[in-house]
Design a binder for this molecule. Structure first.
Ligand code: KIV
Ligand code: ZN
Length: 405
């Protein structure tokens, strides 16, 4: 029996390039190397290491990564011009598999105000740049910058020309985060039907999060047939950031029933990758951030805690260990109810009568009204005064909030 064909979405990580463009996210060479190692461990398919023509430091970082990192394809960004492309090739030369990521803006706004080029000049520039790149690199990716605001017919024309000139990956960026999911999906469908040579290239997307839609737009593009997504750890990137890698990957994994596609990401490394990036850049993630935030697997509400104590599937759609968390957190707080409190007593080896339980429960509620987050040892001290547990208990039990379930 032949093995089932796996429909795979390529994960192109741009934490070290677009991500690094976030204000406050600059990394030195050693930090970039450290992060590249984490990305290789996470098993991303492509690492965009930087933009070599943008600074000597970035050139050196791309070179160092290409000499040290084995596994993923290594890419670097380049404007569509000879000197940039040659410099990018010099920086990436040591990579086992190297990819040029060449971009040129295509929208009317960018053509008029930024490039001061007409449509014909844009096409000529694409042809020339890609013809050079295809002789230097293992793979050539072309990005039509501001594609989401480009006239659909012109976008189709540019994509056709880029493929004719040698691009094997065509990236459709929503550079300014303007697209909405249905419309963005339609852009991808339009290219798949209108561009006659589209089968010679993989379609990729690169979404920004200005309206908070980067992940939703990327998923809509996958539904429409895109098979590479450009994303970053913790969603860092220009302005409001890029599509968050951990959210996209876990959406595809958790809703495999709907999307039917796989990624090669080793998902139990996600929390580690997220915290390494925080440690390196100092950019923290909010507690309620999907997948990797501290509250992503934490429950405080009494009804939820009761449900979780019965079965984790009542209030969790992912398993904490699948993203690299030790376990669910049951936070004892003012919204917790008797079930969770009783479980906490049991975990901490307290035995009590019904009336002792009531007294302890009310003491706990009073403490919660005074403190936003009662400390575990404070709670233990107050409850011990009422219930007098065996002396070893206070020393041997870890915090309830971190127990795996
Ligand atoms: O947002 C964007 O358009 C980009 C391109 C260079 C791919 O980052
Ligand atoms: Zn971008």
């Amino acid at each position: 029996m032949s093995a089932p064909v796996v429909d795979r979405v390529i994960i192109f990580d741009t934490t070290l390039r677009d991500g690094e463009q976030s204000p406050g996210a600059s990394m030195n060479i050693d930090e970039k190397l450290q992060m590249a190692e984490v990305l290789a461990l996470l098993k991303v398919d492509v690492i965009e290491c930087g933009f070599p023509a943008s600074s000597d430091g970035d050139f050196a970082a791309v070179k160092a990564i290409s000499e040290a990192i084995d596994g993923p394809t290594l890419a670097a960004l380049s404007r569509c011009r000879r000197d940039d492309i040659v410099r990018t090739h010099t920086a990436l030369r040591a990579a086992k598999r190297c990819r040029a990521h060449i971009f040129l803006a295509t929208s009317e706004i960018h053509r008029t105000y930024k490039l001061k080029m007409d449509k014909g000049q844009v096409i000529a520039c694409v042809r020339e740049g890609l013809a050079l790149a295809r002789n230097l690199f293992d793979e050539v990716e072309f990005s039509a910058e501001d594609a989401a605001r480009t006239e659909p017919d012109f976008l189709a024309e540019v994509v056709y020309e880029a493929i004719e000139a040698g691009a094997t990956i065509i990236n459709i960026p929503d550079t300014v985060g303007y697209a909405v999911p249905q419309q963005f999906g339609a852009i991808i469908r339009n290219l798949k039907t209108k561009v006659s040579n589209i089968d010679k290239a993989e379609l990729s997307v690169h979404c920004h999060n200005d309206l908070g839609l980067a992940v939703a737009n990327s998923l809509a593009a996958i539904e429409a047939g895109a098979r590479q997504v450009e994303c970053t750890i913790n969603g860092i990137g220009e302005r409001a950031g890029n599509c968050s890698l951990e959210e996209l990957v876990m959406a595809l994994k958790t809703r495999h029933d709907f999307y039917g596609v796989e990624t090669g990401i080793d998902t139990p490394q996600l929390v580690y990758a997220s915290s390494m990036l925080t440690r390196i850049t100092g950019l923290t993630v909010p507690r309620n951030k999907a997948v990797v935030g501290a509250n992503a697997f934490a429950h405080e509400a009494g009804i939820h805690q009761h449900g979780m104590l019965m079965h984790p599937s009542t209030y969790e759609i992912m398993r904490p260990e699948d993203v690299g968390r030790a376990g669910t957190s049951m936070i004892l707080g003012k919204h917790s109810g008797r079930h969770a409190f009783s479980y906490w007593l049991e975990v901490n080896d307290f035995n009590c009568t019904e009336s002792q339980f009531e007294e302890a429960f009310h003491a706990f509620k009073r403490l919660c009204d005074q403190k936003k987050e009662p400390a575990e040892d404070e709670l233990l001290a107050i409850i011990s005064d009422i219930l007098h547990p065996a002396p070893h208990v206070l020393m041997t039990n870890g915090p309830f909030a971190r127990r795996g379930m």
